[in-house]
Design a protein around this ligand. Structure first.
Ligand SMILES: Cc1cc2nc3c(=O)[nH]c(=O)nc-3n(C[C@H](O)[C@H](O)[C@H](O)COP(=O)(O)OP(=O)(O)OC[C@H]3O[C@@H](n4cnc5c(N)ncnc54)[C@H](O)[C@@H]3O)c2cc1C
Length: 384
């Protein structure tokens, strides 16, 4: 059983106060937003129901380029230049034009947090709270956030709380556009990032095995939220001769949503930023986290009003909509491809030329160039 680090009982003291920025959620999206505000002088509060890095939320594989750009390479466990696909009638190895790395979740969160100058508190965010406070310059009227420890206020609020979108109009599974994913983390080693596209594993979706040094992250994702994934996950682990230990799972949004709602910024899974088809959500959470953090910074530094920042961030989000809809079409198509055709189709797509072209386009949906070069001060702070 993982050790619970979150404050309980008497340690959970009342929490109140007014901040310049409140970031709700301290995972990939929330920590990236807070990182972008480093050095701005803004009083930033980050809240999460768990301690930073306490609860892993994914198989933790992301493009290495992104981890390098954000100064997170120390958390890398293993790096892969190929993807291996298993289908009922053929296996295919595809060489990628860039690499994926698996990383340690707690370490990565710690490295992101070391690049922030924010305050962190554990608190469960329950929703919006009615407050009546005057507007602050261009930042607008403070927004109230209800938590299990009290009401917090800030003119700039980010919901990076994941698929539930607690501060907006939430989703209700299984009827919302959500996939579901579950994995186990047995000890073991492997050389390849492996994917299974087999109806025997899951009717619509895929299975995976991601090695991370001394553990394997073996799981199943279903695009259809009505399909349970526990049995398929156990079966896949069994097929690989691994014990189904260390369960971790969640709902995964597969449709882009509005990134602003009633003066709140939404980022990561709360905005449906996870990519359809691949369920790759870490890189988009970083990408939109950078964009969101920059907008908040411009408001705090007096270069923009909150309204203008909300409009710009919303438009930035919407400019990606066609790419997300296109990925969703692929997601809907894959389960309809006859199994006999799937293997040869993947083989045809695995030429270096086609894989290079398609994966470069895929990276360009949320490219790492948005980050810019690391500032010397930031690099020193992390290295210290
Ligand atoms: C099994 C599985 C494997 C996956 N593997 C990968 C992968 O290998 N690569 C990849 O790119 N994507 C993967 N994904 C998708 C990826 O995990 C998500 O897209 C990503 O975590 C989104 O980041 P986020 O910061 O938006 O949200 P999250 O990582 O979900 O973080 C939300 C944070 O908010 C906190 N929180 C939630 N509710 C409250 C509340 N009410 N009050 C306070 N705090 C709260 C949580 O504790 C958490 O820290 C996987 C998903 C699943 C389910």
């Amino acid at each position: 059983m993982p050790e619970r680090k979150t404050k309980r009982g008497a340690e959970r003291t009342p929490l109140e106060g007014d901040w310049d920025v409140i970031v709700c959620g301290a995972s990939f999206a929330g920590l990236t937003v807070a990182r972008e505000l480093n050095g701005s002088g803004a009083r930033v509060l980050v809240v999460d129901r768990y301690e930073i890095g306490e609860r892993q939320t994914s198989a933790c594989a992301a493009p290495t380029l992104w981890l390098e750009k954000l100064g997170l390479t120390a958390s890398i466990r293993q790096t892969f230049g190929d993807l291996v696909f298993h289908t009922p009638h053929a296996d295919t190895r595809m060489r990628l034009p860039w690499t994926f790395s698996t990383f340690d979740y707690a370490e990565l969160c710690g490295l992101l947090w070391a690049q922030c100058d924010a305050v962190f508190e554990t608190a469960k965010v329950e929703g919006r709270a009615a407050v009546d406070l005057p507007a602050q310059n261009g930042s607008g009227r403070p927004i109230g956030i209800a938590t299990d420890r009290g009401v917090l206020t800030a003119p700039l609020v980010v919901d990076a709380l994941g698929w539930r979108r607690v501060l907006g109009d939430g989703y209700q599974p299984p009827d919302a556009p959500l996939s579901r994913g579950l994995e186990v983390h047995p000890r073991g080693t492997g050389d390849d990032l492996e994917l299974w596209i087999e109806r025997d594993v899951v009717p619509a979706g895929y299975g995976w095995s991601f090695p991370a040094a001394d553990e394997l992250r073996v799981g199943v994702g279903s695009f259809d939220p009505h399909h349970h994934v526990k049995e398929p996950t156990v079966e896949l682990a069994d097929r690989l001769g691994l014990p189904p230990e260390g369960y971790q799972g969640n709902w995964i949004p597969h449709r882009l949503r509005d990134a602003v709602e009633r003066d709140i910024f939404f980022c990561g899974d709360s905005a449906g930023h996870c990519l359809p088809t691949t369920a790759e959500g870490i890189r988009p959470a970083f990408y939109f986290g950078v964009a969101c953090g920059r907008e908040l910074r411009s408001v705090h530094e007096g270069n923009s009003s909150r309204d203008a920042a909300l409009t710009r961030y919303g438009a930035f989000n919407d400019s990606h909509r066609w790419k997300y809809e296109w990925m969703l079409r692929v997601q809907n198509l894959v389960p309809r491809v006859p199994p006999r055709v799937l293997g040869p189709a993947l083989k045809a797509m695995s030429t270096d030329r086609f894989a290079g072209w398609s994966f470069r386009h895929y990276l360009d949906i949320c490219p790492p160039d948005i980050v810019g070069d690391p500032e010397p001060a930031r690099v020193t702070a992390v290295a210290a």
